[in-house]
Design a protein around this ligand. Sequence first.
Ligand code: FES
Length: 109
Amino acid sequence: MEQNIQVEVTDREGVMHQLEVPVDMGLNMMEVCKSYGLPVEGTCGGMALCASCHMYVLSDHNLPEPSEDEENMLDQAFFVKANSRLGCQIRIKPDLDGLSVQLAPVGAE
Ligand code: FES
């Protein structure tokens, strides 16, 4: 059965985008942002190795704890906050309906 959820992404200019995302394609938030043309590079292809998909989780969804790889990567990222996550490690599931994230600023500028 096809099922879509709605997620909300605030870009680096503060513009909010409502995105409709299928739950049955095994997508993650990095891929979702890319497919909608949002400026998320996803350089490592979702391996938790680049932090170019760094985003802040604004809604209070119960996400799985970050893996050790994700935590290590976030340790090296810039502008890290308590709600920082790697988008590629946020797997789209039905219970993420209404998820709200904000793209983190890019690197050391
Ligand atoms: Fe590289 Fe997420 S795409 S860490």
